[in-house]
Design a protein around this ligand. Structure first.
Ligand SMILES: Nc1ncnc2c1ncn2[C@@H]1O[C@H](COP(=O)(O)OP(=O)(O)OP(=O)(O)O)[C@@H](O)[C@H]1O
Length: 337
């Protein structure tokens, strides 16, 4: 088996929730935003991370690149645990892992020109690179992402949302990373522009052999783009596996509920589809349910779900459920879509 480019082992991120009214000696309540997530990702593959808002997708992504303190292990190229490195040692790996964000305009410094923005990572990670070489590299990467070289001296506000995301992608690619983490890269864009940016990411993956972690709300985009998918709920993994298998034969009730809510382009199929509804609201992550986090909303919950965290595995798939199994009504619809 090939060594994964990145492997997360039991990654946990906890936030102390301090209120202004708390006295200094009070222990603040803790919010477990990511609670024991593990995965392996091979070079050249794309992993999708999906789940409702607040399930910990962005926090997990930020933990992988040490933008947030985390526990557990993040093993890079089978050798180095990124979570154990000092900030100085981590600098060496920073250019290997780059990130692009949801709101392209907000993530670009409005006072800098496009050329300066894209060149900035080179100043940090390739300090010995000369001015001319830097400019050449910036032009090259602009061309790769579909920006015109004569736009190099313009400012972010002069660009559309889609073009700003291209600038963000160029800034990430200029240091030739091995892993690109895309945090909802197209959610803020118009649908027609979304397709262009997705197509660009796919071209780049193919041409540059990039490995991608792709965080998204939109399950149709994930199905289209990702080789593997991981479904999170309240900071925990519910189900993970190869995309097509997971989409057509979901085994976890939470995955089935998420997939049953995806609109289907064929109006006839959409009208007749069965929606699997989860009961009640999302519990507070400050006080998650015991045992399985889904059990308060799950149609299959039994006594064991309240006492024991599920660890079940089904051939080739991770399904964290005490009662995994197909939902024929969802599968029938997915097979038709
Ligand atoms: N800096 C922080 N301090 C305290 N709590 C935080 C912080 N950042 C995130 N959280 C909490 O951690 C949990 C996970 O948040 P996160 O942003 O990772 O979710 P998400 O799945 O990416 O959501 P979205 O899809 O809305 O971006 C949420 O309950 C959120 O309120």
């Amino acid at each position: 088996m090939t060594t994964p480019l990145i492997e997360a082992r039991d990654v946990r991120v906890t936030f102390d929730i301090r209120r202004a009214s708390d006295l200094p000696w009070h222990t603040p309540p803790q919010l477990r935003a990511v609670n024991g997530v593990s995965f392996k990702l091979e070079q050249g593959k794309t992993l999708g991370i999906v789940g409702e808002s607040g399930c910990g997708k962005s926090t997990l992504a930020r933990a992988l690149i040490r933008m947030l303190p985390a526990e557990g292990e993040v093993i890079w190229e089978g050798k180095t645990d990124l979570l154990k490195l000092s900030p100085r040692q981590m600098l060496k790996y920073r250019s290997d892992i780059q990130m692009i964000f949801q709101d392209p305009l907000a993530s670009l410094d409005p006072r800098m020109t496009v050329g300066e923005i894209i060149a900035e990572p080179l100043r940090t990670h390739r300090p010995k690179m000369g001015r001319a070489a830097r400019k050449e590299k910036v032009r090259e990467v602009m061309e790769k992402v579909g920006l015109l070289p004569n736009q190099i001296n313009r400012y972010p506000h002069e660009f559309s949302g889609g073009q700003c995301q291209r600038i963000g992608i160029a800034r990430a690619l200029v240091v030739e990373p091995k892993l690109l983490i895309c945090d909802e890269p197209v959610s803020a864009l118009d649908v027609s522009i979304q397709a262009q940016v997705i197509a660009l990411l796919e071209d780049l993956r193919r041409d540059l052999g990039l490995t991608i972690v792709f965080i998204a709300h939109d399950l149709s985009v994930v199905r289209h783009v990702c080789d593997e998918v991981m479904v999170l709920y309240l900071g925990q993994m519910m189900e993970a596996g190869a995309t097509e298998k997971l989409f057509t034969e979901p085994q976890h009730p939470y995955t089935q509920a998420l997939l049953s809510a995806v609109p289907i382009p064929d109006p006839e199929v959409e009208r007749n589809k069965v929606l699997i509804a989860l009961e009640g609201d999302l519990p507070s992550p400050l006080n998650p349910p015991s045992g399985c986090p889904l059990r308060t909303r799950c149609p299959r919950a039994t006594d064991i779900c309240a006492t024991k965290p599920p660890t079940a595995q089904i051939a080739g798939r991770q399904v964290f459920c005490h009662h995994p199994g197909p939902a024929p009504e969802v599968q029938a619809v997915l097979a038709e879509s």
